[in-house]
Ligand binder design. Sequence first.
Ligand SMILES: Nc1nc2c(ncn2[C@@H]2O[C@H](COP(=O)(O)OP(=O)(O)OP(=O)(O)O)[C@@H](O)[C@H]2O)c(=O)[nH]1
Ligand SMILES: [Mg+2]
Length: 595
Amino acid sequence: MKPSDRSLDIAVIGLGQGGGNLAAEFARRGYRAMALNTARTDLSALSLGKANQPGLSEAQRLYIGIDGYDGAGSDLNYGRQCVTESAERIREAVARHTEGADVVLLTAGLGGGTGSAVSELVRVLEALELPITTLTTLPGDQESGIAKVNAVRAVSELVKIPELGLIFADNARLAQLHGKVTLDEYFERINEIIVEPLDAFNRLNQREGLHPIRTLDGEDLRTLLMSTGVLNYSQGDLPGLTVDGVSEWVNDALQSSGVMPAGFAMSDIAYLGLVVEASGDLLASTPFTFFNEVSERLKSGTSGAGIYMGVYRNDQMPSHSATLRMLASTPTLPKGIQSVVNAAQREGSALREKLNKSVSSLDLGELADLDLLPQRSGSMQPAAHKRRNVRGPAARRAPASNTRNQLESPLNVSSSSAGLRAARPAAQSTPVAASGLPPHSSGGSQPHAAAEPHRPEAQRSAAPAARISGAAELRSAPSSASAPELSRSSSAPDSYRSVVQPRPVPPPAPELDPAHDPTAELGDRSEPETYDRLVDAFLNTESESIRRRIATRLHSSRNSDHPLARFYANRAIERLVDAGAEEALESVMSTIGVQ
Ligand SMILES: Nc1nc2c(ncn2[C@@H]2O[C@H](COP(=O)(O)OP(=O)(O)OP(=O)(O)O)[C@@H](O)[C@H]2O)c(=O)[nH]1
Ligand SMILES: [Mg+2]
């Protein structure tokens, strides 16, 4: 049933801890909300409400982890895998939960392994044809390189999804402005600050004491919220109402808001909603022309954006005061996101360099043989290392190796890519699949092949034709970042650890018989092993015809409808390039007519 105290029925689905906290903040304000997480601990924390209000009930919390792991530990690939493997359950719960909603808001904190898989969630929900907009947070300045790399990868995936509205809240900006809030209340407080302006927009026409003079109605709000590209909203107070003052405020709010990343260009705005809420005496001294002039000024400043304006009298406001609320959309990524990309590149590269440095072995000299303990009689096991729990060191190495896996998956992290490439060849020839990875080709656990989510026509505004153009750098990240590189076993928890243990160097592949077709008995198109075999075969043959067959196969997979096939094919090509076979690959590609 439509709530009577709001214009739009917004249902919220939170992914990961930050996403769940934001969903809980919406729930406190009376919205339908549910949380999905790979961590049971985080989910149960959401059951505790705030200030005598109930938290999220069991039906509003869905565990999507695999094998009982508690959280993704910032492993984005695992987060993605969890979302795709729980696709059916997610769809079923979300369909039930969002029935009839005007807007479905997906909330997530970008930076961890779970929330950063939000694009995977959008894909899993495609079939439901929901009017989705995402609300995600960007990591703060002080957060790790891993968080930034995860966040940038997530943004890069989100901008690839056509017809999606994206809202980014900037945790760095929020920390600058509210860093003094105590630790125990900080996230609750900034989540209120993030949600409040949207909620206020949605209650404009129902709030007590607010009298519309020019209404911004529910349909206007829907148009604004459902316009594609990046959305920006802001609210602020003004001591008076002048055309200059208001247009300056709009410009400042776009350039440097208290919630959103900075640097939205006014000239790129496609839709702009502005609501003026003012005290009765202030409105009584403001000429009617103010309304038209502000509208004109905004139209020209935005080079013809669709402008929606509302004016309301607020009887409870102090005299001569006004509050402005703005909601705008643009097809361009704001500059503030580029600075997260830069930080991710810088910190991600530094981290990766560190991980590539091997710890030199310690020269113990004669200490190595020094016996400090009295020799006992009997058959003591002499070597302590033989008794050591073999799981210990492996478990400790796990985070580093996860990080490496993540950073290896190409983003533009490598401005110093030559160095990175040099460090990689040893690992490349080891098929990823050799690490006991799960069989992920079967059935419903796959991401949906259809790449274009359908948006119901009526629910989308006549969208700005241009797509997100500022995303050029992000988009140019090789498409191989677009599908999961699986890193944990769904079948046996310990095989996850095996990923991080030194893998045996595989024996060199035998030279191939030119008459033999290595593509003939290859496995499933979505299996990583398939592509590892192709890479090995390509590198171990001199035969043009074999190379041509392999190139044809890679080319067809790269253009396949299947996201995993595309991902693995791109990765295989990258490995060939890294292994020095670029020229051979290019030459054979040109013989099959591929540039
Ligand atoms: N605004 C806001 N940001 C949050 C909150 N919680 C976490 N974050 C941000 O979200 C990012 C991801 O953190 P989490 O949400 O804890 O990560 P996750 O999605 O649960 O992923 P894993 O812990 O790896 O499973 C962090 O880097 C923070 O920047 C929150 O309540 N509010
Ligand atoms: Mg978490």
